[in-house]
Design a protein around this ligand. Sequence first.
Ligand code: SF4
Ligand code: SF4
Length: 86
Amino acid sequence: MAVYVITEPCIGTKDTACVDVCPVDCIHPRKDEPEYESSEMLYIHPDECIDCGACQPACPVEAIFRDEDVPEQWQKYIQINADHFK
Ligand code: SF4
Ligand code: SF4
């Protein structure tokens, strides 16, 4: 199963619009979590994302892609999203 990934445009935006539409609460940190203030962007948990696609159109800066569709220059974010939850 594919998963969705958050990429560079989230940095500096981080408005959590995606969090509000995710049915399985796999996008972190949420505003009510302690690391929200210090985190430069949000991340999708690759083992919890159910590949529903709801978050993608909610993002105002087009930061979210299905893993197989992540643009070349942002490929490293696939690993960056996964590493956040280690
Ligand atoms: S694709 Fe669906 S499950 Fe995965 S992060 Fe986006 S909203 Fe959540
Ligand atoms: S909606 Fe887009 S910019 Fe906003 S937090 Fe989610 S990924 Fe980041």
